[in-house]
Design a protein around this ligand. Structure first.
Ligand SMILES: [Zn+2]
Length: 423
């Protein structure tokens, strides 16, 4: 069979399964796998597992036994399906998270209805990312239906907790040896970047707290104490007036979208201080105030520099404001990551996008992190990209939806990439 005939068969197999793919996506949306707290994970993993076995895969359920968030009420259950070809390598792994953020307000459709209207499927997870997960699984099935068995192996996993860091999900699969550089060559994560975009990586994160220590006193005699809140006020102003302009002057070469995010940023995620609630009076000078910062950095910056820069601003304020006292506590950091230049994975997807969508793929990078961080950091698999139907702008929004055509064509793109990489 010629290459062109093979391609044609695979594309036709996906198109012929359009209704089935749509129904599978809807059935996933109808399970409200809301995180937090992580509801119905077992039910959703089982539904996916059933479908993967019906599609000829060996299925395994992987519970995050050692994680504190894996509880009897909210078990963290992941599912992995696998098809082995003539050899174990190359091995391509498609991973999608099936947890979704809470629906929130403002919906005009049932967020867990999986309703299809005017060529779009609606519901929480329609974009981020149950459609992507369904498309990835169906891409593998389309290869089988076309009569091909892979030369290497193909895997698909449905995982939990991406929205809360992915520690019981992809990170667990990596630590448990399901995803490792020793067995896995390529990873595609169908996050919702849209059917014509390939996301090659993401910026880094440095999350930290600054804690101001003051001195308590009666609120009617503030001169006897020292307000930690006022000190934090000075610090916040220093961050805005000194650090922010500096950050705005730096631009990454990484194609981060939206374009504004090509520059590093710092956000104040939270401020905690003073009396505990508006209902409980406590006429005291606040002796403690904590600010949580979220600093996103570009590959051109190193984590050491990023941390030093913050420490310098804090130290300068401490010196200028006599009697003030600050402490920095790190919460979490993730280094920027990107797939290697010229990765066969990127080129297989680009070729497939050209064929299916008739346009050049746009290579982008993400302003925030997602499970790619675990794949590159824990598993050590560099050839990892995100490619999924999207659209990104509808993720976490009311009336989240995905165009049915994008669902189908992204499955076609993934199927052709599979054909090229392990066909
Ligand atoms: Zn997502």
């Amino acid at each position: 069979m010629t290459h062109a005939v093979a391609i044609d068969r695979v594309l036709t197999a996906v198109e012929a399964g359009r209704d089935e793919l749509l129904a599978f996506t809807a059935s996933l949306i109808r399970i409200p796998t809301v995180n937090p707290p992580g509801q119905y994970y077992r039910e959703c993993a089982e539904l996916i597992g059933e479908r993967l076995s019906a599609w000829g895969m060996d299925v395994e359920f992987v519970e995050a036994q050692n994680r504190p968030e894996h509880t009897p009420e909210h078990p963290r259950v992941n599912v992995v399906g696998r098809i082995e070809g003539m050899a174990l390598r190359p091995c391509i792994h498609l991973n999608g998270h099936f947890d979704v953020v809470p629906p929130g307000e403002g919906w005009r459709v049932d967020p867990f209805g999986g309703e299809v209207r005017d060529g779009r499927i609606y519901g929480r997870g329609a974009s981020d990312m149950k459609s992507g997960l369904a498309a990835a699984a169906f891409a593998i099935e389309a290869i089988r239906r076309s009569g091909f068995s892979p030369s290497g192996s193909v895997e698909v996993s449905g995982t939990v907790d991406e929205e809360s860091g992915g520690y019981a999900g992809v990170a667990h699969l990596c630590k448990a040896g399901y995803l490792t550089a020793q067995r896995t060559d390529y990873v595609i994560i169908p996050e919702p970047f849209g059917p014509e975009r390939i996301c090659i990586g993401h910026r880094g994160v440095y999350w930290f707290d600054v804690i101001a220590e003051g001195r308590v006193a009666h609120g009617s005699m503030p001169h006897l104490g020292r307000s930690a809140i006022s000190d934090i006020g000075v610090l916040l102003y220093a961050i805005r007036s000194r650090l922010e302009p500096e950050l705005a002057s730096r631009v990454s070469v990484m194609p981060v979208v939206p374009e504004e995010a090509r520059r590093p940023s710092i956000n104040v995620n939270a401020v905690w201080g003073g009396q505990v609630s508006e209902n409980q009076q406590s006429p005291c000078v606040a002796d403690r105030c904590v600010v949580t910062f979220d600093r996103r950095f570009i590959p051109e910056e190193s984590l050491d520099e990023v941390r030093r820069e913050v420490a310098e601003v804090v130290a300068a304020v401490e010196q200028e404001e006599e009697g003030s006292s600050f402490r920095i506590e790190d919460r979490m950091s993730v280094l920027p990551t990107r797939a290697p230049e010229g990765s066969p994975l990127t080129s297989a997807l680009s070729t497939a996008i050209r064929r299916v969508r008739g346009c050049e793929a746009e290579l982008v990078a993400s302003p925030g992190t997602y499970d790619q961080k675990h794949v590159s950091r824990i598993a050590g698999v560099d050839h990892c990209v995100a490619y999924g139907p999207g659209p990104l702008k509808e993720a976490h929004q009311p009336d989240e939806s995905c165009a049915v055509d994008d669902l189908v064509t992204s499955a076609q793109v993934m199927a052709l990439a599979l054909l090229e990489l392990v066909g």
